[in-house]
Design a protein around this ligand. Sequence first.
Ligand SMILES: [Zn+2]
Ligand SMILES: [Zn+2]
Length: 322
Amino acid sequence: MKIFHDVHTHNIFSNCCTDKGASTVAFLNKEAELGMRTFGLSNHIWDERVKGASYWYRTQTIAKAEEAKNAFSQADPSLKTLFGAETEYYACKDLLGMSEEGASHFDYLLIPHSHLHMRNEVMRDFPEILEARAVIRARLAEQFPYLSESQVNAMAAILKEADILKIFPELEINYKHYINKAMVDGFLSLLENTDFLKVIKNLPVSIAHSFSPCGVPHVQKNAYLELISDSTFENCYRKAAGLGVAIEINVGAVREVNTDLDQNQLIRAYRIAKDVGCSFTFGTDSHSVKGLELIQYGGEIADKLGLVKSDIAEFLQDAVEE
Ligand SMILES: [Zn+2]
Ligand SMILES: [Zn+2]
């Protein structure tokens, strides 16, 4: 299969993009050069109507993202343009960063459940870190008796995991267990979130980079995923299929896990998703103009999974070739 779409892309309107040349026009030109039929821009967006955005998200609003769309008129006529968003789901608060009204601004949405590096938003502190933080809080209270309880709490809370591990280098954390549990629990709770269930009725939604744990070193991801059973993947993906929610094949994430697709645990996951009837979208998750070239590996992944046109989300079926 040949993939002629990329609907997971970030340009300079995303705070994590470091390619200064990544304007919308540069993306459109590159996509035309690559022979793409459909291009979807999906910057990180937290709907300004929804309270609770982190500091990182508070400037990445729909109003700002819409500026990027103005350049769509300059696209080559052969290239279809879609205005999308990669929004957010804070599993710790069961909070979707997109309202039903906000979603109406877009052609489609990508919703992740695995931005695990967003601690205490997407994933809670590891239990051992929580305990260590409590010890630090007690020490601070003892050392600085003139500080209020809320000041002490704020000081203890501001320490990052890495800071705590410097104070308690002997801490042993069962990373694999907690990371996998957070991904599975987050996936399932997203599918039950009230706002999510409203949004999916109105526009195509794809779960972004499912089971690709952000914040885990690339070389360890495969080993972590080996511990998630087929039946767990099946339970998650069957529910997504039942809701008509697509699963993203994130080319960038697949290649981070393992370039040998026979050994790649994400391929095992996506294969199970296919078997239970999920549909798929393809995206590079590129944050640069050059990164858009990664889509060339999409066809190899589709073939490894044995995908046919009907396995692709309906809105993108004209942007693949068997
Ligand atoms: Zn993401
Ligand atoms: Zn992304």
